[in-house]
Design a protein around this ligand. Structure first.
Ligand SMILES: Nc1ncnc2c1ncn2[C@@H]1O[C@H](COP(=O)(O)OP(=O)(O)OP(=O)(O)O)[C@@H](O)[C@H]1O
Ligand SMILES: [Mg+2]
Length: 227
């Protein structure tokens, strides 16, 4: 299972989600590869911190725009059960390369309508990749939700109009995510009883169900939405 955390908007939680998913998958006994595809090196730095703390349970490697080529990531990922790719913000060759090799693209999105609007450029790139690769599934993940209120109606509507599935799992805005990464851990290890950990476990379970084909509705951009 290869999952890419992607999207053009910066600071929406791609790296946080990628790292926490990877760490959680490893806790469940999977062999996990975490690919740092962002020159900012967030995942790589986390790996260094985790390693120094003696808590690193995943393999972290850096890869760029050639990862989709034969003999590159596919050769390495074959030795792992789960591969998670942390993509850089903005569009470009790295994001395209990740979409050429992933099973599932997860697009984190903040909870407001303006966050949802910012997805449109990313949806074009997904659509293009799905034209070339039937097997690429994509879904939107609502992140950094504040408080207990339901996602604003306008934001949900904008997201629905995108034609892509919005995952049932949502991530709240919680300091546990920030503290976990700073400690070189994923949130499920750092604060297993925190709501953040429950959210992360639910997200991982839902992605696994996606991968195994139990939930497929809405993972392709529909013709109607594609216009
Ligand atoms: N669910 C969350 N709750 C609280 N803080 C969060 C959450 N997700 C991310 N953050 C914080 O928001 C900031 C940006 O998160 P992150 O680095 O994961 O985003 P990103 O999409 O990878 O950014 P970039 O586009 O720059 O790579 C970080 O300070 C991170 O700790
Ligand atoms: Mg990042």
């Amino acid at each position: 299972m290869i999952i890419a955390l992607t999207g053009q908007k910066g600071g929406v939680g791609k790296s946080t989600t990628a790292i926490c998913l990877a760490a959680h998958a490893a806790e469940t006994g999977q062999r996990v590869l975490l690919v740092d595809a962002d020159p900012q090196g967030t995942a790589g730095t986390w790996g260094d911190v985790a390693n120094e703390a003696g808590r690193l349970n995943v393999t972290v490697i850096a890869m760029g725009a050639t990862m989709h080529r034969p003999g590159q990531l596919n050769a390495i990922a074959a030795n792992y059960d789960v591969t998670i790719i942390d993509c850089p913000p903005r569009h470009g060759d790295v994001q395209r390369s990740a979409l050429m090799i992933s099973d599932i693209a997860v697009l984190p999105c903040g909870p407001s309508a303006t966050d949802a609007w910012a997805l449109s450029g990313t949806l074009d790139v997904i659509r293009e990749a799905q034209t070339m690769r039937d097997e690429l599934r994509a879904c939107i993940l609502v992140t950094r939700k504040q408080g207990r209120t339901a996602l604003g109606k306008s934001a949900r509507e904008v997201l629905r109009e995108s034609g892509l599935a919005v995952l049932e799992a949502e991530l709240g805005y919680r300091v546990a995510y920030q503290e976990a990464l700073a400690a070189g851990l994923g949130v499920t290890t750092f604060a297993p009883r925190d709501r953040a950990a429950a959210e992360m476990r639910a997200l991982y379970d839902e992605l696994e169900r996606y991968y195994h084909g139990k939930e497929t509705s809405g993972c392709y951009i529909t013709q109607a939405a594609a216009g």
